[in-house]
Design a protein around this ligand. Structure first.
Ligand SMILES: [Zn+2]
Length: 548
């Protein structure tokens, strides 16, 4: 039997450090190069030397690619998709240690000389020697390394199951990689006659509260959606404040209404979604002048469990109507006090209504050109494009002001949950038993709270969602889309089992060595073995049964 490259804890540590050293922050050249290097690395396995067509790169966007590598047992149809992302967040927060952010062993050593700069919990973990620090160690190159060891073992020991490793870019920003991967999963399924039995992600375990040492697994993931608003008041000179209405005045009511609004809180399976907060609120005036800011925008973060985009948009509209009503009452009082007639009442307009109004006024061809000026502008991101389009249409239709235009800005991550699936219940039992054999403290959570690519699997449209989302997302179909139809065809259960770590997206990001190099690989191996043991796993079994 061939010698394994990535099998022992020491091999895994080296593999992880190598993957981390290939910096791949989202939208850097490193992110473009990573999958190419990775392909070379995986091709070292003799299985892929013999089956070179089963590993391939697929274009995503901006020169970025995703990688798939399929280990296929000649008799198995049952297939587990091993999902990871290889991009990481930025590293500015490392300060003088930034050059070491991608070199975990050196960084961990250097931190010993700078212990006083660390928060207490990170300092204690550093002194314990149990953790490896570094960008991407926990989130989530260790998950990818674990998938690599599984595919290596499966191919050498000829496990009777198929494993499809899928690793994507852009998870940390827009999940463009995963959205492109969905149709690719359908192609591969057909091409290789696969039956997807499980979508297994290995995002790290997140702590639930400071000091939490429990290693969690997740049988679903929370969704996330971004309702946004464009506030359009009426301009004036600072010397005549009563002749206009600033957009900031209107926006302040909406942000008050949205932040911590309990109407958006959901409960399911004993868990609760975090409350909404604003992600930005700013006026759109580019330079200082004594003209008052009459256009502003805001983005709000909303988490989802059972609700879909349609339901959220209804709630968002309700919140906007409430905010507009409070704003109008307050403004009327000022008008009475100052004995003026005012600029009118703030109204709430859905983006789809604004678009209809503009199309009617100017004709669709003209409006399309106005929109294209934003969608074609590569200097803007999808959020800026979305708000810019609403802003432009309002500038062309000032008769609608003062107003709040409500819309969706990308990205959208639907919620997904497999807790009630019987296969998943069995998987959780195997995982718990294996963790117990390692004396690891393991907890089960129904909704991963870190946002992940599993959102694009096992999709069910519970009615009305698609139309509402598409019609109120100004960049839908141009620079942003979600393959909803293809997602519906991928109905296998989802599961997230990754290593334990702490402080993702912080300079104290760190990975628990034993969890990463011993426990998690062992847990996943036992899980896959338990799946192989089940009937219906191979073509021979199916033939046998059909004969009976
Ligand atoms: Zn992640």
């Amino acid at each position: 039997m061939a010698k394994m490259l990535w099998n022992t804890p020491e091999d895994l540590r080296k593999l992880l450090c190598e993957l981390v050293s290939w910096e791949s922050r989202t939208f850097t050249p490193g992110e473009r190069e990573f999958p190419i290097k990775l392909q070379e690395k995986i091709k070292k396995l003799s299985y892929f030397k013999n089956n070179p067509h089963q590993i391939s790169l697929h274009d995503v966007d901006f020169g970025r690619k995703l990688l798939t590598a399929l280990y296929k047992h000649p008799k198995a149809v049952k297939t587990v998709v091993l999902i990871s992302h290889f991009d990481t967040v930025q590293t500015e927060e490392y300060g003088e240690l930034e050059p070491f952010a991608f070199h975990p062993e050196e960084l961990t050593l250097k931190l010993h000389d700078r212990k006083h700069t660390l928060p207490e919990s990170a300092r204690i973990d550093l002194e314990s020697g149990d953790y490896l620090f570094g960008r991407g160690t926990m989130d989530m190159k260790m998950g990818l390394a674990t998938h690599m060891t599984l595919i290596e073992q499966a191919s050498i020991e000829e496990w009777p199951i198929n494993l499809l490793l899928l690793t994507v870019p852009d998870e940390e920003v827009n999940s463009a990689g995963m959205r492109i991967a969905i149709p690719e999963l359908l192609h591969l399924q057909e091409e290789h006659d696969l039956e997807y039995s499980l979508f297994l992600n290995s995002e790290p375990s997140f702590t639930q509260h400071p000091g939490d040492e429990t290693h969690y697994i997740y049988t679903g993931t929370m969704g996330k959606i971004m309702p946004a608003a464009l506030f359009f008041g009426k301009e004036t000179h600072v010397g005549e404040p009563l002749s206009g209405m600033t957009a900031n005045y209107i926006a302040s009511f909406m942000t008050q209404q949205m932040e911590w609004n309990a109407m958006f809180r959901e409960h399911d399976l004993g868990e609760t979604s975090p409350l909404p907060v604003s992600l930005h609120q700013k006026d759109l005036k580019l330079e200082y002048s004594t003209q008052t800011p009459y256009r502003a925008s805001a983005l709000y973060n909303v988490f989802l469990m059972k609700r879909n985009a349609d339901e959220i948009f209804d709630l968002f509209e309700e919140a906007a109507l409430d905010a507009a009503s409070k704003c109008n009452i307050s403004y009327q009082e000022i008008c009475r006090r100052e004995n003026i007639s005012g600029v009118g009442e703030v109204r709430v307009i859905r983006y789809e209504e604004l678009l209809k109004h503009a199309n009617h006024k100017f004709g669709e061809a003209t409006v399309e050109k106005l929109i294209e000026a934003f969608t074609d502008n590569t200097l803007l991101d999808d959020r800026e494009k979305s708000l810019g389009i609403a802003d432009e249409l309002m500038i062309q239709c000032p008769e609608l002001a003062p107003a709040m235009v409500i819309l969706f800005a990308p990205p959208y991550y639907p919620a997904v949950n497999s807790s009630e699936d019987s296969g998943i219940a069995d998987a959780v039992k195997v995982i718990k038993a294996t963790a117990a054999s390692h004396h690891a403290n393991l907890g089960h959570i129904h909704y991963f709270n870190g946002i992940c690519d599993l959102s694009y699997l096992r999709y069910t449209d519970s009615g009305g969602e698609l139309a509402t989302y598409k019609e109120n997302t100004p960049v839908w179909g141009t620079t942003y889309s979600i393959p909803f139809e293809e997602m519906k065809q991928l109905q296998a259960p989802v599961l997230n089992v990754g290593p334990f770590g702490k402080d993702p997206h912080q300079r104290t990001e760190r990975l628990h060595r034993k969890s990463a190099f011993v426990h998690t690989p062992s847990i996943l191996k036992e899980l896959l073995k338990s799946m192989m043991g089940k009937q219906s796993g191979t073509k021979a079994d199916i033939e046998m049964r059909s004969v009976e």
